[in-house]
Design a protein around this ligand. Structure first.
Ligand code: PEP
Ligand code: MG
Length: 799
């Protein structure tokens, strides 16, 4: 196995500095971001010196350019005026305190006051004198780029890690076609000023950001006078298929990005390495440089309007660069490219979002669309949807939810599933990637954003919003965007997905039987986790209710019928059904919920195998449903016990099943590894007869790091790639391999291609992912397996 490719610990965040009141941190000596002495932080950084860890100094855009250059993509030369330089400007020009004081008491809901404060702050920045040390350094860097006055693009680059790059629609100013030192210096200052746009201030106030800590860097980059340019999705943005989708037009890429032209569309199939679809559009206009300053829109002459922009060779080469970027970042990318004199340049690469990065797209009629971001959370289920908000504070109110609404609630519960089926998107205040809302939305194929903290307060019932479930953003109003057209383009005769055979099985997770057909259509090698609690809780009655009301048979039948739907969809493939695992708080709203104990921490409480062993009736009814299915010939049914912490629990469960008439030695019984103790004691479990083990990383991370998986306040510390988690996983895999026991993963981490690559490198036998992630996981697995084989062959040749 390839060793040494452990994930690094997630990049350290800059310290969260709050205003102290003693004015200390406004002084020149201490850098507000890193706490380092200001003298040590450079004002200018060149692309070659920058890595992704430098976001606090160079912003998202600058860091991404540095990263791209470091992997050999052809990026035009650039330097960054760092965030520290901006801070230095504020401090040394003496305007820092004045700016913040000018809108400290501001009520951002008062539009007039907001506009006034914003323009005041902006003009302070524009009028202030840039310190000589900065003007000198910027001038020198500019000269170093080229002896002649080079034409550059000057772009803002937001530095706060939590702020999406495009989040300040008014902030992310870019000035194209800047030539000469004077124009450059004023463009830099204009970028700085744009940090105080009205929408930017509003957004920060709403998000609760401390304005004192928000910074801006400025990227100064050679402007490529593109003859042709556009955007590229490195994989299909919806299905994850290996289809590169390229849009291109004449002139600068702004024409495509802003929606000014209908671009050509090309689809390149990475499997056959062929261009499989070409759609040549009528490109009426192009955007070109306007003399020495700015850009202009001009008409495209005659036949060139209908001429194909890209040759097959260019499409192929672009797709190759796209793949390099995707492989490096581990997820499909949205890339901006440009070509001049036959040379391809890559201008930008970011994770695919069909909505976030194109500021102020204009429709063909020229009418502007608003892209005000109202809220940000975690993108939990991909897709984009617009609709009217309906705020649900109590499950009793779900009757008011209509088809196509956007359900906004504190947190979804299993009893809300009927309403969740109807809506266009789901937004919650609480929760992370593994909460109930996230799991169910993914299976329903409904876009969802979780953990927004304030959605139920900020949004209003009846308000029109757009939800981007990939990026985790909520926009004001209904957003029409050119990007969906790009996605739709892939429908033009793109090749059907070919089955990729992998040695590592790629399975799928299912929680609601109605998702079974969609899950099976992915071609998955089986079901690595069928969560039955969603099935039971959907009945709106606790298992205890069925028992006390003598309705045991109803309970068994519901369970039997639900599981059977999934088994039927996966004939001949293993389906691992997990016994009941619902924390007591999830039962509370159901009939019978009044008898559930109140626990301080239900996550650490009476759930999983512990509860079944102490509630033999509840366990027995589940076993009865399994027994019937085995009897009906479903020998692809395997059972998995959740939350086991000691082999004794497995032994006891097995003994109870035997007593109830199960031929325990001839059915497939396994465990979830969700508690560090079970990872540590895996050998003992194997000696007790488990047939398989599957990492439930959603819980394993929570119990290893002491991070409540549903608590949005600590969500950024929830790290499946934490070395301690990886260490537990690595060791358990090795032991399973030694004893030839199937070792799998069914936690959310298995849906992350980077994690999948790591797991394959470390010898996992199967990976079970979400429905929406199967294609990309299969790809990641196949690629890693090939690389391992290749490396082994090379090593052999070298010997
Ligand atoms: C897990 O813990 O990773 C898991 C798959 O189980 P659940 O998310 O249902 O707790
Ligand atoms: Mg779990």
């Amino acid at each position: 196995m390839t060793e040494g490719s452990e994930f690094p610990v997630k990049d350290k965040k800059p310290p969260d500095i709050k205003k102290t009141g003693d004015d200390n941190y406004y002084t020149k000596e201490v850098d507000i971001i890193s706490g380092a002495s200001m003298k040590e932080v450079p004002n200018i950084l060149w692309l070659e010196e920058i890595r992704k860890e430098d976001i606090p100094s160079v912003g998202g855009k600058g860091a991404s350019l540095g990263e791209m250059a470091s992997i050999g993509l052809p990026v035009p030369k650039a330097f960054v005026v760092t965030a520290q330089a901006f801070r230095r400007f504020l401090v040394e020009s003496g305007i820092e305190k004045k700016i913040f004081a000018s809108y400290e008491q501001l009520d951002v809901e008062n539009n007039e006051a907001l506009e006034k404060a914003a323009s005041g702050a902006k003009s302070m920045v524009l009028k202030a004198k840039m310190p000589a040390v900065l003007t000198d350094e910027i001038r020198k860097a500019y000269k170093k780029m080229s002896a002649e006055d080079l034409i550059v693009a000057v772009r803002s680059s937001a530095t706060a890690e939590d702020l999406p790059d495009a989040s300040f629609a008014g902030q992310q100013e870019t000035y194209l076609n800047i030539k000469g030192e004077t124009a450059l210096l004023s463009a830099v200052q204009m970028c700085w000023a744009s940090l105080y746009g009205a929408r930017a201030i509003y957004y920060r106030a709403k998000q609760g950001f401390d304005d004192y800590t928000v910074n801006i860097a400025v990227v100064v980059q050679q402007l490529v006078h593109s003859e042709k340019a556009g955007v590229m999705f490195t994989s299909h943005p919806i299905t994850g298929e290996p289809l590169t989708i390229i849009e291109g037009s004449w002139g600068l890429g702004e024409a495509v990005v802003s929606g000014t032209v209908s671009p050509d569309k090309y689809i390149f199939d990475q499997r056959s390495e062929r261009v499989v679809d070409v759609l040549v559009s009528n490109k009426k206009v192009e955007i070109i440089a306007d003399g020495d300053h700015g850009t202009k829109i001009v008409e495209v002459a005659g036949a060139r309007q209908d001429t194909q922009v890209l040759s097959d060779a260019e499409i192929k080469k672009l797709a190759m660069y796209g793949k390099i970027a995707e492989n490096h970042y581990g997820i499909p990318q949205d890339v901006e490219w440009s070509i001049v004199g036959g040379i391809i340049y890559i201008l930008q690469s970011r994770p695919i979002t069909t909505i976030g990065n194109r500021k102020e797209a204009k429709s063909m009629s020229g009418e502007k669309q608003s892209e005000t971001i109202l809220l940000k959370g975690q993108g939990a289920a991909p897709g984009i949807a617009s609709g009217r908000v309906v705020i649900i504070r109590d499950v009793k109110d779900t009757g008011s939810v209509k088809e196509g609404d956007i359900l906004v609630t504190r947190m979804t519960n299993p009893d809300m599933v009927p309403a969740m089926r109807k809506v266009a998107a789901i937004v919650t205040d609480e929760g992370g990637m593994t909460c109930h809302a996230a799991i169910v939305s993914r299976e329903l194929g409904t876009p969802a954003v979780v953990g927004t903290k304030t959605a139920t307060h900020i949004l209003k019932t009846g308000q029109m919003i757009t939800v981007d479930g990939e990026m985790g953003l909520i926009y004001e109003g209904e957003i029409h965007h050119p990007a969906p057209a790009l996605a739709a383009a892939s429908g033009h005769g793109g090749a059907a997905p070919e089955a990729i055979i992998t040695a590592t099985s790629v399975k799928v997770n299912v929680s609601i039987p109605e998702a079974a057909v969609r899950a099976a259509a992915t071609g998955a090698d089986g079901v690595g986790l069928l969560r039955i609690e969603h099935l039971i809780l959907g009945l709106n009655k606790t298992p205890g209710w069925f028992i006390t009301n003598n309705k045991e048979e109803d309970f068994v039948r519901e369970l039997h019928d639900g599981i059977k739907i999934v088994l039927d969809a996966f004939t001949g493939k293993p389906v691992w059904v997990r016994t009941l695992d619902a924390p007591t708080d999830e039962f509370r709203n159901m009939m019978g919920g009044e008898n559930e104990p109140h626990e301080h921490n239900p996550m650490l409480g009476w759930r999983g195998i512990r509860r079944d062993l102490q509630s033999p009736d509840q366990f027995r009814l589940q076993v009865e449903a399994f027994k019937r299915l085995w009897k009906e010939g479903y020998d692809n049914l395997g059972l998995m016990f959740p939350m086991v912490s000691h082999p004794d629990q497995f032994v006891t469960a097995k003994a109870m099943m035997k007593e109830w008439g199960v031929d325990v030695e001839n059915v497939t019984l396994g465990i979830m590894i969700e508690i560090p103790s079970s990872a540590i004691m895996i050998e003992e479990f194997i000696r007790c007869g488990i047939k398989f083990a599957s990492f439930g990383t959603n819980d394993l991370v929570q119990y290893t790091l002491a991070i409540d998986r549903n608590n949005e306040n600590v969500a950024d510390m929830y790290q499946p790639q934490h070395p301690a988690v990886l260490h537990l996983i690595h060791n358990a895999i090795q032991v399973c391999r030694e004893f030839n026991v199937e070792c799998s993963i069914c936690g959310q981490a298995g849906s992350d291609p980077k994690m999948a690559m790591w797991l394959v490198e470390h010898g996992i036998s199967s990976i079970s992912a979400n429905i929406d992630a199967i294609a990309k996981i299969r790809q990641a697995v196949a690629r890693t397996e090939k690389r391992i084989i290749l490396e082994a062959a090379r090593n052999r040749d070298a010997e």
